[in-house]
Design a protein around this ligand. Structure first.
Ligand SMILES: [Fe+2]
Ligand SMILES: [Fe+2]
Length: 285
């Protein structure tokens, strides 16, 4: 299959549309939580950020969909917008059910180039999802929250995986059609650089707002038990491989897994030379 061809477009759009699932966040099997689980959920400092990111995502994707000429691509992008808005509704439902503390925030108005906003958003999603895969797996293994909640969040994660696969295929298709295929990796580097800068800004802002107090040491220790940067990277890399295996006949994000793979190989080599082969992820809790 030639990247940028009609066959390529048909494949990435039709797979995306066909794998859309219909559900209502209000009728998901939300578990009753005991006081300890509720308290743990309340100490998570990023629900606010997640809610507003998802709301903004729905607005960006919806605005971009309206500018797409190709009917099939537009249908797929519109569907992604619907799913992003549903992510916000799902987080909203969770916040309401469990009485989690959030601040109502007016969404910032969208301004400027919708293509650029969609590209920034898409590469940002690739970065956030790659890191999210590892964090999600570690939190699940540590039983940070009851398993039924992870089953619900997994639904959301599976949709994010579809979004990033759709995005990298759409981007490659779009660039190939404009004769810019050779620039694909450079463009990706540029947007990943912007995504990293935004993520660093978000983390700094979060630290300032929470001042390290909300996510108390006791709560964090459950999540962070046995946590090391290497373990985290191994979890991101392994989970990325597992989740991406579901899309064998489409392009998949390649830069971050490749970077992580090289970093892990170097770390293993250093460990072997030093005579300490750190434990494989999953061997512990
Ligand atoms: Fe989302
Ligand atoms: Fe998404």
């Amino acid at each position: 299959m030639r990247i940028g061809s009609e066959a390529h477009k048909q494949r990435f759009c039709r797979q995306f549309i066909a794998s859309h699932q219909v559900f209502d966040p209000r009728t998901l099997p939300w578990p009753e939580l005991d006081e300890a689980s509720l308290e743990r959920m309340r100490t998570v400092p990023f629900w606010n950020e997640v809610l507003h990111t998802e709301r903004r995502a729905g607005a960006i994707v919806g605005a971009f969909a309206a500018t797409v000429d190709d009917p099939l691509v537009r249908e797929a992008v519109e569907l992604q917008g619907v799913e992003e808005a549903r992510h916000a509704a799902l987080i909203d439902e969770m916040i309401r059910r469990y009485g989690l503390p959030v601040e109502e925030q007016q969404p910032a108005p969208l301004a400027g180039d919708t293509y650029r906003a969609f590209a920034d958003f898409g590469y940002g999603e690739c970065l956030d999802s790659f890191l999210g895969f590892g964090a999600f797996q570690i939190a699940r293994q540590a039983r940070f929250l009851p398993e039924p909640l992870f089953v619900i969040f997994d639904r959301l994660m599976a949709e994010e995986v579809r979004h990033i696969v759709f995005f990298v295929n759409w981007m490659a298709w779009w660039q190939a059609r404009r004769g810019r295929a050779p620039l694909r990796h450079l463009v990706a580097l540029y947007y990943y650089g912007r995504a990293v800068a935004r993520l660093v800004g978000t983390v700094r802002r979060g630290r300032r707002q929470n001042d390290g107090k909300d996510f108390s040491a006791t709560q964090a220790s459950v999540f962070l038990e046995g946590f090391t940067p290497r373990r985290f990277l191994e979890a991101c890399h392994a989970e990325n491989g597992r989740r991406m295996a579901a899309f064998p006949d489409l392009l998949r994000p390649s830069l971050l897994p490749a970077l992580a793979g090289v970093t892990l190989s170097c770390l293993r080599l250093v460990s072997r030379r030093a005579g300490t082969s750190g434990p494989a992820f999953g061997a512990g809790a």
